[in-house]
Design a protein around this ligand. Sequence first.
Ligand SMILES: Cc1cc2nc3c(=O)[nH]c(=O)nc-3n(C[C@H](O)[C@H](O)[C@H](O)COP(=O)(O)OP(=O)(O)OC[C@H]3O[C@@H](n4cnc5c(N)ncnc54)[C@H](O)[C@@H]3O)c2cc1C
Length: 404
Amino acid sequence: MTATKKRYVIIGNGVAGTTAAEQLKKEDPHCEIHLISEEPYPLYNRVALPPFLKGAVDEGKVMMRTVEAHAEKGIQLHLETRVERIDAEGRAVYTADGREFPYDKLLVATGGSANPLRVPGAEGTRYIYQFQTLDDTKEIIGRVLESKVAVVVGGSFIAYELTEAFRVRGLETVWLIRGPRFLRRVLDEAGGLLVDTIAREHGVTVVYGQEVKEVKASGGALEAVVTTGGETIHADLVGLGLGLTLNTGILEGTGVQVNKGVITDATLRTSDPHIYAAGDVAEFYDAVTGNHHTMGTWNNAASQGKQAALNMLGKEEPYVTVPTYTSGLFNSKLAVMGATPEISDELEGISHLDMERRVYRRLFFLGSRLVGAVLIGDMSPRRTLLQLIREGQPVTDRKALLHA
Ligand SMILES: Cc1cc2nc3c(=O)[nH]c(=O)nc-3n(C[C@H](O)[C@H](O)[C@H](O)COP(=O)(O)OP(=O)(O)OC[C@H]3O[C@@H](n4cnc5c(N)ncnc54)[C@H](O)[C@@H]3O)c2cc1C
């Protein structure tokens, strides 16, 4: 008796989708897998885009897979192919070029799209950039090479990466942050002060409490931005770090539960038993915090891709991990691990800043358990904190942990 060959369709070939495809093929070599992406490249490393933008690595270091490698593994990769519709009842995916892909199990790993600048004068104006894809990065590099002044808009990680890259490339850089500090919910005032100090030491002009009110253009090209404070800043390019809108639109009409992201249970299964979600787009049930949330980090997307694949194969294991995010901060470093107030309002935070040593630590508790932490400068407690977060044991002396 021959077992029927399972058909898997994965939408999105980022790290979540690609990891899932490879895991499925490893566990079930005879299955049929279609990995569909509207981008023109096989998997590349988004985390390497900031170093590429700075000129620290070349494009070869950004690429992670080749078309040939997918073919060798028996994964059918469909690039520059946009999925337009899912028929959940008939279990098939339809693409913009009119093809139909039937599935036994479907994984939605569509990530998010960078939010545009929605102010008068911005739409259609040249030299205003998002920073989400390899093609975005190539375009920014082209413009940076002929520019002197850059404006960065937003208080996110992406805004920070743009700011640092522009300074490294020698551009005069003005960073507009709407809120009172960088990562306003993850850092408190003391953490914000340290990031501000480091940025200013590297020649960045940081402006808080200001947004772009209007873009001035000439002949379709950017000339200046006007801030809500009434200042006109002449600039050669604008970089945007205004967050993501998650790509959930293809689930419209399927009955699959969607909030900000695609809602899943702890096994990454959606409200439709044949459809799973993983990576940035998944609003998953987190057993550590006891709520649903999204998580926009590389490691999380990779781990979810793997777990979703195992569960699509019938394992039904919960996804449990401590997400981590590390980033350079000019000559310093920043690490965020576990849960932060971005995920849940119920967390209690305590922090310590040693401005002289440029060291900051913030710990987050849920009841008596340590559930998250932020480090700037000194990364040495990282392992211990990660272990404590993983174990979920009560912490009796919070202050000692803060200064350990
Ligand atoms: C510049 C930059 C720097 C970053 N730095 C870090 C870092 O230092 N550390 C860290 O942890 N994280 C970082 N991240 C975040 C991290 O890269 C993401 O969390 C991760 O890549 C998400 O992977 P994903 O597979 O969920 O989604 P994505 O990588 O976004 O992949 C989704 C794919 O689906 C495709 N798609 C969407 N809709 C459709 C459709 N309808 N049809 C076909 N295809 C579709 C998209 O085009 C895309 O290719 C960074 C991100 C960026 C952009």
